[in-house]
Design a protein around this ligand. Sequence first.
Ligand code: PEP
Length: 230
Amino acid sequence: MKYVIGNWKSNQNITESLIWLDQLAALHPKFSTETTIILCLPFTDIASFNHKIADLGLPIISGSQNVSHLPPGKHTGEITANMLGELVSYCIVGHSERRREFGESSEMVAQKARLLLENSITPIVCLDTPYMDEQIKAMFNFDVDVSRCFFVYEPIDAIGTGKPIDPIDANHITSQIGFLTDNSAPVLYGGSISSDNAAAFTNQNRIDGVLVGTDSLEPTLFASIITSLS
Ligand code: PEP
């Protein structure tokens, strides 16, 4: 199985997200039973998005982009894994933007992963080489079952730049991530993925899919990526 994960980041309100779905459906992308499509949305979009994918019969699974590192309780404004459990099957954790802009540590990311698993949500753990070992070690320290997680190698210099790294170099790092996680979990690549390059990454022997930021926002570009992998 290969995976395409979209990450809308802080874009699209409810209305825009539903228009995006209508536009995607109208493009008739070539979905394959060998490729799972996951779209990670802003919290506010998820409920109505779920209704609409069911109405349209689209093989897309929703995810979120973040979760609290705390359990339910007195934490004003936090969205807990327990709340998300009724809405999503996947959740991105540890994206480099959250580390940079919100000071998230490897320990917080491990706590999030653990709470997600307790609520039957698959954590999609983003990694880059400077903190890859530390993050994976933190997962083991917090007793996170890494075999139930996804990992994504996301070199920071390749994110949003239009300049992906060489797929062979990416495969080298994803292999290392696989080794550190007992080769028990899918390992993906993210960073300037487009329909022109997605297959070059998924054709590597240790890359199980791609995480797409910029090109997931535009239905035509996202549909082309889906079709390019079918
Ligand atoms: C990302 O932010 O995770 C990402 C992969 O973005 P982009 O596709 O724009 O490089």
